[in-house]
Design a protein around this ligand. Structure first.
Ligand SMILES: Cc1cc2nc3c(=O)[nH]c(=O)nc-3n(C[C@H](O)[C@H](O)[C@H](O)COP(=O)(O)O)c2cc1C
Length: 431
């Protein structure tokens, strides 16, 4: 793939007041920022000032953080995205919605409406969700197994894209599968970009396969350059084998940023953001990510190889295999103690963190992009709005100077910006 044709993609992943568990303690947020539309539109306007590609909301229908420790997503994402759409002109709008806990017609209508009203700036992040709290909200005793979730995801994506196509063609969908029976057309008018592109998040073999065959972007959680390159090649190979142009699926790992004008300043900010967070917070998260009881994780010792070797049964392991593989890879490669691993993961979250100067952040972005470990990143600033402000003011100019990032928006729709083609008429109709 020629690197001159590749465009660096930078989305901002908006995790309420920031990914750092202590982000809520900073002075520029107030107690209700996480449910304040002004907070979200302000973030979007900063992102647009930095000509970022898109505003990206994670979501799951249930609590996934302990709300006693950290404010967590409370408003339904399409409501936030509708407000952001009216406050911006160019910024893409990526909404996450679960294929396990939604109805495809309802979702197709919601996302195409948003796409129509925003002038073709929307993408759907397809997730299958592993949170037990979400399952309990929908009458399941436990989260349905991974095979079931991905089979349903496949059918779900087929119905949604077929319905979006019906909005353009007027030709009714006729879908009958293990999961859905849908006959009809969508009443929403077609959007300026035809239909929203698809992003996918979930790194198990089934998740990567779904992404390679159907998605235009992958939200991944790779922690080392080598693992990033392997994942990148794998998904592009799946796309190629499915007859697609591998450039049409962008690989976008998460990247946590904690920025200071010197490295010491960044470390001090990082420490400050940890002050009010219970020590057990990251430890708990790590135990869930690995599927290993907390009692077996000694802070001062490396994780025993027997625990790293894998969930005993991947079919029933409830967490994300993608996150688990990334964390295990890092722990093995660097022989880290649990305490060092937690530090490296900035609290056990599973995404790569750079704690450093704007130059160091730009270096990481450039190195991963040039090594074909990433086509871009889903940026996760430690805290909003300050962490994003600094990124836009200090890192974006460096990336522009290096010829890696746009100076202004050139394309109107998100599909044009990502340079991904619209499916042919008929491709999805009887999915
Ligand atoms: C980087 C990343 C981000 C994710 N974001 C979400 C999310 O916002 N909401 C959600 O319900 N699930 C999310 N998931 C979970 C996946 O959809 C999936 O349910 C889970 O990862 C299990 O799949 P896996 O074993 O294929 O990784 C995310 C997974 C990854 C790897």
């Amino acid at each position: 793939m020629s690197s001159s044709r590749r465009q660096l993609v930078l989305n901002v992943n908006v995790l309420d007041v920031g990914i750092a568990p202590g982000a809520w303690t900073l002075d520029d947020v107030h107690t209700h920022s996480f449910v304040d539309l002004d907070h979200f539109t302000r973030i979007a306007q900063i992102a647009e000032r930095g000509t970022l590609d898109a505003f990206f909301l994670a979501d799951g229908p249930g609590f996934w953080e302990n709300p006693r420790v950290k404010p967590t997503r409370a408003l339904e994402p399409s409501v936030i995205l509708a407000a952001v759409a009216t406050a911006t002109e160019h910024l893409g709008l990526i909404g996450t919605a679960s294929t396990t806990f939604n109805d495809p017609r309802d979702l197709a209508e919601r996302f195409l409406s948003l796409d129509y009203l925003s002038g073709g700036r929307v993408a759907w992040n397809v997730v299958t969700t592993y949170s037990p709290t979400a399952a309990a909200n929908f009458g399941f005793e436990q989260i349905p197994g991974r095979d079931y979730r991905y089979r349903r995801a496949e059918a779900f994506v087929g119905v949604v894209t077929a319905l979006w196509e019906s909005a353009r063609s007027g030709v009714p969908v006729s879908h009958h599968s293990e999961f859905f029976d849908v006959d009809g057309v969508l009443r929403v008018p077609p959007s300026e970009q035809g239909q929203p592109p698809l992003i996918q998040a979930g790194g198990s073999p089934a998740g990567r396969d779904l992404a390679g065959r159907t998605a235009h972007g992958v939200f991944s959680a790779e922690l080392t350059l080598d693992a990033g390159r392997r994942h990148y090649k794998h998904v592009k190979d799946v796309a190629r084998a499915a007859g697609r142009n591998p450039d049409d699926v962008k690989i976008l790992p998460g990247l946590i940023t904690v920025i200071g004008s010197t490295e010491a300043e960044a470390v001090a900010r990082h420490e400050q953001l940890r002050t009010h967070v219970p020590a057990k917070f990251g430890w708990d998260r790590l135990s869930l990510t690995l599927g290993v009881p907390l009692a077996e994780l000694d802070l001062d010792q490396p994780i025993p190889a027997s625990l790293l070797d894998g969930p005993p049964d991947p079919a029933t392991f409830a967490g994300s295999l993608g996150f688990r593989e990334s964390v295990v890879g890092l722990a093995r490669e660097r022989s880290l103690t649990v305490a060092q691993l937690l530090r490296e993961l900035d609290g056990g979250g599973g995404h790569r963190a750079v704690i450093g100067t704007p130059g160091q952040v730009a270096d990481t972005i450039e190195a991963w992009f040039r090594a074909e470990a990433a086509d871009g990143f889903n940026l996760m600033p430690d805290a909003f709005p300050s962490g994003l402000d600094t990124f836009v003011d200090e890192v974006v100019p460096l990336l522009r100077k290096r010829g890696l990032f746009r100076h202004e928006y050139a394309e109107k729709t998100l599909r044009e910006r990502f340079a991904v083609p619209l499916p042919e008429y008929g491709a999805a109709r009887s999915a």
